[in-house]
Design a protein around this ligand. Sequence first.
Ligand code: PLP
Length: 414
Amino acid sequence: MINRRSFLKTIPVTALLIPQPLHKFYAKHLSTTEDDAFWENIAQAYNVDRSIINLNNGGVSPQPVAVQNRFVELNTEANKGPSYYMWRIMDKGREPLRARLANLAGCATDEIAIQRNTTEALGNVVMGINLQPGDEVVLSNMDYPNMLQAWKQRAQREGIKLVFADLKLPSTDTDYLTNAYTRLFTSKTKVVHLTHMINWCGQLMPVAQIAAQANKFGIEVILDAAHTFAHIPFSLSETGCHYAGTSLHKWLGAPFGTGFLYVAKDKIKNLWPLLPSNEPQSNDIRKFEVLGTRSFAAEQGINAAIDFNESIGMVRKSERLYFLKNYWCSKVIGLPRIKINTPLHSKFSGAIAHVEIEGYTAATLEAALFQQFKIHTSPIGWAYLDGVRITPNVYTRLSELDVLVEAIKTLAKK
Ligand SMILES: Cc1ncc(COP(=O)(O)O)c(C=O)c1O
């Protein structure tokens, strides 16, 4: 008989790359403790400082040692003669890398431009999309500040109108989350900007449902996938979004300063690159890669991160991440003075959760966790949230989450 573990091990990597409907993989696997030995091996593939418990992997993730070593090798190679090794030798790696990323993202190879982060990737979209004064863009109070700032600059400069969806989170109501956006669509709406997983609290949004409605009205859809690529299994082309950006130094564990931009084939021509190429209206995705001199070691190091992720398996990884969040949340949810601001349901969350303790602000809770328990978290005071964001990663040990649980319980008693 094939059990789940051996089944997952036998799935060829290529099978995991076939575009799948969103959330298809979220069976009710709440426990993967049977895989303890496997995950201990993964933990040992990192050289993180275990004298602190790093639970802010949402900001940026450490790279497995294999990725760091590859980066050093590539950097050493580049330094043998930078203009020769970078521009004549390592440059040849860009096309195969594009194909690998597209395969993982579930889109065509010529829809991926390699970038340095989400800010840069989505900067191309927000600043490059054609809009007239009076055109409306629907976005939300929960989007990432860099994106909000970009839109505000366009509004200030060009007179486009920003219309904000007022999201009350957490929510497991797909209709509510969808309507929060679609109810704002008017004949003037040209763009809807969506954050796939809200970075403040880990809420996973029903972006395919919102995009389906937008598509009915010819509204263009931008997806901020900073927190979902290599975290949640999904296929970009199946989201119905036209543009997306992500950072590979977050969930893929690639070298710092790596990301990509996705533009659906039929949208490339009309999107103006942020850093112009000599053919800014070309149909070639490479027009977004005129970045000037950058680290080819970081870019080519992405391959080692893909290898590492494939050695785990994307489905197994996402199940583990989801399990880690629910492992600690389920031990403190419902206790007096403790509030979890993230759904536990797999359709609406992954590894990230936000917790508040009555009597603490985001800053005092973050400080107490670090000073008393050496737990590093991200203080999040945003909109109505006032607590800390907890983000484990594949190298996080259950014993470390046990320390977190005890810390939360202790602080809630004081
Ligand atoms: C939702 C979201 N978008 C964009 C970004 C920006 O990512 P980067 O700093 O890699 O450009 C972040 C970073 O945390 C994020 O959480």
